[in-house]
Write a protein that binds this ligand. Sequence first.
Ligand SMILES: *Cc1c(COP(=O)(O)O)cnc(C)c1O
Length: 950
Amino acid sequence: MTDLTTRNEFIARHIGPRDSDTAAMLETLGYADLEALTASVIPASIKGTSVLQAGDGQSEAEALAEIKAIARRNQLFRNYIGQGYYGTHTPAPILRNLLENPAWYTAYTPYQPEISQGRLESLLNFQTLISDLTGLPIANASLLDEGTAAAEAMTFCKRLSKNKTSNAFFASQHCHPQTLDVLRTRAEPLGIEVVVGDESGIGDASAYFGALLQYPASHGDIFDYSQVVERFHGAGALVAVAADLLALTLLQAPGEFGADVALGSAQRFGVPLGFGGPHAAYFATRDAFKRDMPGRLVGLSIDRHGNPALRLAMQTREQHIRREKATSNICTAQVLLANIASMYAVYHGPEGLTRIARRVHRLTAIFARGLADLGLAIEQQAFFDTLTLRTAEHTAALHDKARAAGINLREVDAQRLGLSFDETTTQADIEQLWALFAADRPVPDFTAIAAGIDSRLPAAQLRQSPILGHPVFNRYHSETELMRYLRKLADKDLALDRSMIPLGSCTMKLNAASEMIPITWAEFGNLHPFAPAAQSAGYQQLTDELEAMLCAATGYDAVSLQPNAGSQGEYAGLLAIRAYHKSRGDAQRDICLIPQSAHGTNPATAHMAGMRVVVTACDARGNVDIADLRAKAEQHRDHLAALMITYPSTHGVFEEGIGEICALIHDNGGQVYIDGANMNAMVGLCAPGRFGGDVSHLNLHKTFCIPHGGGGPGVGPIGVKAHLAPFLPGHARLQRQEGAVSAAPFGSASILPITWMYIRMMGGSGLRRASQMAILNANYIARRLEEHYPVLYSGEGGLVAHECILDLRPLKETSGISVDDVAKRLIDFGFHAPTMSFPVAGTLMIEPTESESKEELDRFCDAMIAIREEIRAVERGELERDDNPLKNAPHTAAELVGEWTHPYSREQAVYPTRKLVEGKYWPPVGRVDNVFGDRNLVCACPPIEAYQDA
Ligand SMILES: *Cc1c(COP(=O)(O)O)cnc(C)c1O
């Protein structure tokens, strides 16, 4: 009889191998079943610590129905709250062809430039857009949000200011309140004093190393900052300006009135409000300061053939090199959102953007005049899109009346309210608002007022310089053209929609369509983060449930979803530890022990949290050297604050000694921070909150299915044991004592449905199985490749965790072939390279994840083995040492049609296996020259002649 129950097929859809494949792989490894394999991999001391309840999860249809019901509990009001978050229309072709397109959202961070030219071009457009609008020559490829960008600007000023003795940073009272919040949090551990005040009253600025101004001001005023900037400069201080990008299309650029840094949010360029994020922040500065820029910078270089090629410039991996001396801990940023904003500018062009800005401004000016006619005074002399009204004793009643009409106004204070207009505002909206304020007076006549109103922008500060003259902003203004441009760029790139991306530590697993669908629903997309809490009951339920799910997955007692990347989770976690010590009168505890093998963000974060980093050794097997750790913990026992340790280790091994390690830190008064980036090996099998961790961050964009987006967005929640729960990040919107680490209370709230869906569909049993399959897939690869490339580290029984490291260093001796050559040769086979030279130079780290099928694992192993055969041919002298398919990889199509001078064939170059004939990825550029690009830094779209000359 046919089974009539709804089957949950999702678990088997998420997991790559079929049951018969699983059996075959287990047999290769010599295990009877998955349980036996798992039992051999997980150390006895931590086995059984998982508290995840078994359960089958829901089918895709059921989970979508449930989350739809949750979404419906959010109420969609018309928002005039502003304060850094504005309504915008995401152009439909960008929504469909970029935001909802796996070719864009499943891409990895563009560390391998040859397979990333599409998203690199889009990011270069973003940098050009920012540089043009701010009037500053160097802009980066995005930061996490406006608040953290302001905090980066503060420390940037500190590093570069001539005023070396000052520890005070001036922040204008006209800044957005959430920005001031994040600034205060970030200043305190560094001993920086944030002085909030009115810049117009500052006489002597010599007390400050830097200043932050908001343009236009949070309440709407457009002030002339040129003299203020001069005063700060006169005292040796630097000035950062948080500026609104849409306003900048009409107003003098910060760079033109002397700003050293401009920063802000690109949200209103087509990115939904999303209850606060994710949105791209931007950061721009003078040429002289480019080497201190936080975050990633896309730059132009050349490839092996001398053709222009893009790649990430300079600071890209600086945390791995400079560790605690890095300029910032930013790793994952907001690439997908930066690309949306840049495409919004590409689609609208300079005239379209200016038209949108003029329209928003004119509607605001018309509204202001109508208010005046109603006898209501606004505070602003000059404004762009935001007004503040002195409504005195009527304030509360007006808010009530507005809410009854489905409208949110900004709550400024008990006496005042505010309104911001945006791209979505219409004449009907203005008339509705007038009616609200008119009480029983006649509503003003829109048409009559409009006829007499032009601009309320200050004449002296109108923008004189042209914007976006580059052809890229003037060509793709029809939908057909834009659609094809997006397709052209996506086709240049290798994302998960084409092949596995075996990046160690990054967990490039399936981002299922059912997980992605809810994030573009209006019920999640159109909520303002500062709308009254009663309107976001759906989000409240979603975040409450997700926090509980993550507690169950990790064994912790409480979770904060606020940090918007792993790096920010690390920061929030160390702040919690710091506050905990302080609360116990242990403020002197400031030593953070970090094993040598740690991810670079760990030491960079510890430094930001005001801790001193002490590096501990690893042994020859890649494990933490417990004797050295013990010695250092004891040596610093009076000052020990924390250990930051990654588990399973960055070497891909479940270290037996983890229980002992945690105990010895606790015995010496420290707290244990377990970096949870490798959680994909543990969910349902063991729980860091139960085997000694006090706090961990999770990367929801690794283990929990949020796509990498080409380098962001991410979410980096932290889980903590109960004693640290009081020290989780707070926010003006949350009842907590600590400061905020992100601008919005729930950070990147609008992508949380992805993780909720994943966990709901997998259930406890599915999650556990995913971890087991991730371990199986990694061990299968390790077994298939070990006779060709030595596997560097393994645990007891020769098994690895969910990733493995291949040692290529011996090949350098025997053949001259480097890890780079192998990585680039993989591109000719249609694969993204594994992680290169982390955590050990000269190695490749491979993490297949549970989502890859046996066919795909075999295809990858076959490619790696074929490459090894080529290396053997070099070793034997059958291929030349300096002119072989590896050294010249990757090969472009253009190369084939030119004169062929290599001692190997064209076929071997581009079709090393015949299967590639039916579906070949063609890299658009040859191997990129990194050194050339750093020596000749170009970070904005070069003038078109540059391409013609080349
Ligand atoms: C990815 C990763 C991080 C940083 O996370 P982001 O989200 O990129 O900021 C930290 N530690 C480890 C071990 C990682 O793999």
